[in-house]
Design a protein around this ligand. Structure first.
Ligand SMILES: [Zn+2]
Length: 68
């Protein structure tokens, strides 16, 4: 299996960030099947908001947004 760099629009701030092959491989090794929806800085901010209690990459897809 090989990975290719992807460009993703952040769902929070709308910026385009790259999801690199290395990161995709890292994600896969952690068992994440979804690609990230947020850029690294939004992800970090979100994590701090949540208190880091859970890693919601796979869960947050189907949930209604309660962020706003
Ligand atoms: Zn962002």
């Amino acid at each position: 299996m090989s990975y290719q760099d992807k460009s993703i629009h952040c769902s929070d701030c709308g910026t385009t960030f790259s999801f690199t092959a290395g990161e995709q491989e890292f994600f896969a090794s952690k068992g994440f099947t979804n690609q990230p929806k947020r850029c690294p800085s939004c992800r970090r901010a979100k994590k701090q908001q949540d208190g880091g209690s859970h890693s919601g990459y796979s869960m947050s897809m189907s949930r209604p947004s309660r962020d706003y």
